[in-house]
Design a protein around this ligand. Structure first.
Ligand SMILES: Nc1nc(=O)c2c([nH]1)NC[C@@H]1CN(c3ccc(C(=O)N[C@@H](CCC(=O)O)C(=O)O)cc3)C=[N+]21
Ligand SMILES: [Mg+2]
Length: 294
């Protein structure tokens, strides 16, 4: 890395968030409520298995109750739905995360929409998607876009009027990211596979969010001098020193142009997990206030 780009240390911000969350969990536990997160993994995809293990470890580290359900790849949709209904009814569980992707014989949307929206700590239930889409702030916000927003806010006091470009339009990152930026006053462009000239769109960006799933897609000359660049990509590649993880941004080149940039690893990834814990804490806290007014 060279020039003047500030490296946005997502790992450090996530650690600060996690420390605060641990204190709030202790306070809730003193009131008799232990926030509980259930993670459901169908199949044995190696990357998913690693993520799920990391989520369980961090959930336990902040003092939450953690349950992991690992189901075989050939699990029927009916069996998965039955588990979700049981978790919806389980008072010890405040958050439910179904690890994606699911095997092809399972309808993802049917599963996500079976989760109690109040326990939907991923923010993927259609009700939470809709709330975000219309600018309501009482829904659950997807963890990766939420982590990106928290990092952006540390560098840009106000997002109002900024030109934001989001590369990638997945339901998990690109679309909710664009909606959050819009809700904070940005002018937002979303690019996707049919976009004619992605580089030309990227060059307009004050804020560039890259969630394309394509290693090294964004080159130095795609970035306006002084832009803030958030790299959401996680690509496993075989480098000269064995397998490594790289983002969607050609880091060294882009660091010459950008004002600030997130690294991979150590950028958005750790923030995703911190936001998952934050959403679980919020779900557990909402249970208490509901109980109080009963
Ligand atoms: N329902 C659902 N919700 C998710 O939030 C979800 C999911 N499914 N499926 C898979 C993706 C991926 N994901 C990551 C979380 C943390 C890191 C992370 O902590 N990465 C570290 C380490 C990377 C490594 O060494 O593997 C870093 O970037 O520094 C990465 C990826 C959540 N996902
Ligand atoms: Mg990262």
């Amino acid at each position: 890395m060279s020039a003047g780009a500030v490296m946005i240390n997502g790992k450090a911000v996530a650690e600060m968030m996690t420390n605060t969350i641990a204190r709030e969990v202790a306070t809730l536990r003193a009131q008799g409520i232990t926030p509980g997160l259930a993670v459901v993994l169908v199949g044995d995809d190696p990357a998913s298995t690693i993520y799920v293990r990391s989520k369980v470890r961090k959930t336990e580290a902040v003092g939450m109750h953690s349950v992991c359900h690992r189901l075989p790849t050939d699990t029927t949709q009916q069996a998965l739905l039955a588990l979700i209904h049981a978790l919806n009814d389980d008072r010890a569980i405040h958050g439910i995360l179904v690890q994606l992707p699911l095997p092809p014989h399972i309808q993802r949307d049917a599963v996500l929409d079976a989760i109690d929206p109040a326990k939907d700590v991923d923010g993927f239930h259609i009700l939470n998607v809709g709330k975000l889409a219309v600018g309501r702030t009482d829904g659950m916000i997807p963890c990766t876009p939420m982590g990106c927003m928290l990092l952006l806010r540390r560098f840009l006091p106000s997002l109002s009027g900024r030109h934001a470009v989001v590369i990638g339009c997945s339901n998990i990152v690109g679309r909710p990211m664009a909606r959050l930026l819009l809700n904070e006053g940005c002018t937002v462009v979303i690019t996707h596979l049919q976009t004619r000239d992605v580089a030309a769109e990227a060059r307009q960006a004050d804020i560039l969010i890259v969630a394309a799933g394509h290693a090294g897609l964004v080159r130095g000359d795609w970035v306006k001098p002084g832009a803030v660049v958030i790299d959401v990509g996680i690509n496993r590649i075989d480098g000269t020193n064995g397998p490594t993880i790289v983002g969607d941004v050609a880091f060294d080149e882009v660091a010459d142009h950008a004002r600030a940039i997130t690294p991979v690893p150590g950028g958005v990834g750790p923030m995703t997990i911190a936001c998952l814990l934050q959403n679980t804490l919020r779900a557990a806290s909402m249970t208490t206030s509901k109980d109080v007014t009963l």
